[in-house]
Write a protein that binds this ligand. Structure first.
Ligand SMILES: [Zn+2]
Length: 363
């Protein structure tokens, strides 16, 4: 079974189990007139719904690239996630509006033994389901499944609280239905907002995970002849598909043939290790004016907001030295650049300096 098939199979089990729970809980909730149990059913329904849309999204996103969509269809998954989040948000707000007045005017609920037993069974079913989905997710490294498994375990606690509220109501005649309903609604709303935020971040283009960018740069630096890897920039075309570019510093005596081989080797290595398509750009390096480079590094180290200086090279025939600088997004970039430029010019006035402004795109 492929990874995709395992995700689909596990999700379908989740959908079927959730829909059965919804049927039982909704029936009981309406029969015994309990808003908390009815909302618990709504919560399970949103779980089933999100699994269904996840499967549809994954299927659509898996379509092969074509002439008009050469980067594939992976980003469809973001749309399906936004749709799920919107549905869940709507369910949460409706639930909140329903349950809030019940705090002050509780309905008369009349629990039956059968209804309590069914809720207790539902709690156990949800725990077993949650553990199963989570374990499969961990085995095949699927964030979506792990999240959905954890969600199911959390829901089991919510269902358990409806059971406890029912027992309290039977023995002490105190109705916790309204409060419980509000709590369940807030849980549903929070889940939807988290989901929305995460997805929108991916659509806007968020910072590359710092562990990933460090590993990629380390891997590039393992290639013989590479002095350093900089400006790693990655774009996602879906949760499983990334492409990007990087700059590597190499000896300025390398021939075009040698650079051709080197960049190709780096691209192949990164694709094999991370399944990422990387375009490699070149910075030339020589040690002729290492004293300027060292002074430059010393000056830069006085500035906390200067994150990196790289790509230093001198063009003697033009009396020109250039280098790239990465300044923190929050700092006054122009001011820092001008100060550093002035200081290095004072120390080594024989050259003009051009500073190239790089952005802090990855760690
Ligand atoms: Zn650069």
């Amino acid at each position: 079974m492929t990874r995709q098939e395992k995700i689909v199979k596990t999700s379908i089990i989740g959908i079927v189990v959730n829909l059965i729970l919804v049927a039982f809980k909704a029936t009981i909730g309406i029969l015994v007139n309990s808003i908390a149990i009815t909302l618990d059913a709504v919560n399970n329904l949103t779980d089933a719904l999100s699994s269904i849309i996840t499967i549809i999204g994954a299927k659509l996103a898996g379509k092969a690239p074509d002439k008009n969509h050469p980067y594939g269809y992976g980003r469809i998954e973001y749309f399906s996630s936004v749709i799920i989040a919107a549905i869940v948000l709507w369910a949460g707000i409706t639930a909140l509006m329903e349950s809030w007045p019940k705090i002050f005017n509780p309905d008369v609920t009349s629990y039956t033994t059968v209804s309590l037993i069914i809720i207790a069974v539902a709690v156990v079913v949800k725990i077993v389901l949650g553990k199963y989905v989570k374990r499969v997710g961990e085995n095949i490294n699927s964030q979506a499944l792990v999240a959905s498994g954890s969600d199911a375990l959390f829901d089991a606690i919510l269902s358990l609280s409806t059971l406890i509220a029912a027992i309290i109501s039977i023995f002490w005649h105190i109705s916790l239905e309204g409060i419980l309903g509000v709590i369940i609604s807030i849980v549903i709303i929070k889940a939807s907002i988290d989901m929305l935020r995460e997805t929108v971040d991916s659509m806007i283009g968020s910072r590359v995970d710092s562990e990933l960018s460090r590993k990629i740069k380390e891997s590039i630096c393992e290639v013989p002849g590479v002095y350093g890897a900089y400006d790693l920039s990655l774009h996602n075309y879906g949760p499983e598909d990334m492409q990007g570019s990087v700059h590597v510093e190499v000896d300025d005596t390398l021939s075009a043939l040698e650079i051709h081989n080197l960049t190709r080797n780096i691209a192949i290595k990164i694709f094999e290790e991370f399944s990422i398509i990387l375009t490699v750009g070149i910075y030339a390096r020589n040690d002729k004016h290492h004293e300027i480079r060292e002074d430059l590094e010393k000056i830069a180290s006085e500035y906390e907001e200067v994150l990196e200086i790289h790509g230093f090279i001198v063009f003697e025939e033009m009396n020109l030295a250039t280098f790239d600088i990465i300044v923190d997004f929050d700092a006054d970039r122009e001011k820092v650049k001008n100060e550093i430029s002035d200081k290095i010019k004072q120390l080594h006035p024989q050259f003009n300096y051009i500073i190239i402004d790089d952005y802090d795109v990855s760690d």
